[in-house]
Design a protein around this ligand. Structure first.
Ligand SMILES: C[S@@+](CC[C@H](N)C(=O)[O-])C[C@H]1O[C@@H](n2cnc3c(N)ncnc32)[C@H](O)[C@@H]1O
Length: 269
């Protein structure tokens, strides 16, 4: 077995001609890591996504060029191949290229593909982790992803369907009631998600929540159960970016205890 030990001092410095894939977290600028901030401060050019908040973009040095490559479902502003190429082209112009992404670059962020493309073109790539939406957004609304006896595992899964294809997921593997399931990009396919989970054996009364624009000033959380989610989406016109959280952990704290963003307080007697 090969064991690789990299001492802290082995951290690489960002040099011209390199790309840094930087995760910015789900929106609240306070969730940006110090490492992400350090890379952003050195950028010659920033290539950024739709989910990078304006507060974080405000931290980009004025001298840095900015290119928006954000995409909405089915409306890709710059195709992925074009983004890959942009990163490489600007690195080859001897720039420090910062690719800013919402959440973590390696969690449903296509960071793996971008890094592979950079390496295939002889461009070195830094990976700067960010807080993924499932982790931060649930904390902000008082939902622990795991809780002893209630949920011993947690699955992050994509609800995104390419084109008009079907949502082909391992439904049987998601039926365990002691497993929290978090769907990214699932609002559009919500009816299929709820039907398939119930068909696989998950109770229709399983607590569930929708977290819209979590950790931002526009954050909204809707709580219900598996079978009421569709109605909630319809009634409140819930749109992306939204996470779907399914499992008993959703009801760990009641709404009175959640008395602020990420703030739980004892219920007054
Ligand atoms: C392309 S994925 C990017 C995920 C990102 N790399 C991460 O680690 O969080 C986009 C999806 O992440 C979820 N998402 C990202 N930010 C969010 C937020 N602030 N609130 C709720 N969901 C969010 C939504 O499901 C959205 O459709």
């Amino acid at each position: 077995m090969l064991v690789m030990y990299l001492p802290h001092s082995a951290k690489q410095t960002f040099v011209s001609g390199e790309v840094a894939l930087v995760g910015t977290g789900p929106g609240d600028p306070e969730l940006l890591t110090l490492q992400a901030y350090r890379f952003i401060q050195q950028a010659d050019i920033v290539i950024y996504d739709r989910l990078v908040s304006k507060e974080i973009m405000a931290l980009v040095p004025e001298s840095a060029e900015r290119i928006y490559v954000g995409k909405k479902q089915a409306e890709h502003r710059v195709p992925q191949e074009g983004i890959n190429q942009l990163l490489v082209d600007h690195a080859k112009l001897a720039k420090k290229v910062v690719r800013l992404k919402g959440g973590d670059p390696f969690v449903f962020g296509r960071g793996g593909e971008e890094a592979q493309y950079a390496l295939a073109n002889n461009v070195a790539c830094h990976i700067v982790p960010g807080m993924t939406a499932a982790s931060a957004c649930t904390s902000y609304v008082g939902i622990p992803l795991t809780h002893r006896q209630v949920a011993q595992s947690c699955t992050f899964i994509t609800g995104h369907v390419k084109g008009c294809g079907e949502l082909d997921l391992p439904w049987q593997a998601l039926k365990d009631e002691k497993q929290t399931v978090v769907f990214y990009m699932g609002v559009k396919s919500l009816p299929v998600i709820t039907q398939q989970l119930i068909k696989a054996g998950r109770s229709s009364n399983t607590p569930a929540a929708l977290i819209h624009k979590g950790t931002t000033p526009d954050q909204k959380v809707y709580r219900g159960c598996l079978e009421s989610l569709e109605e909630i989406v319809e009634k409140y016109q819930v749109k992306p970016p939204t996470l779907i959280v399914i499992g008993d952990v959703v009801n760990t704290f009641d709404e009175k205890q959640l008395s602020g963003i990420g703030y739980l307080a004892p219920t007054k007697k």
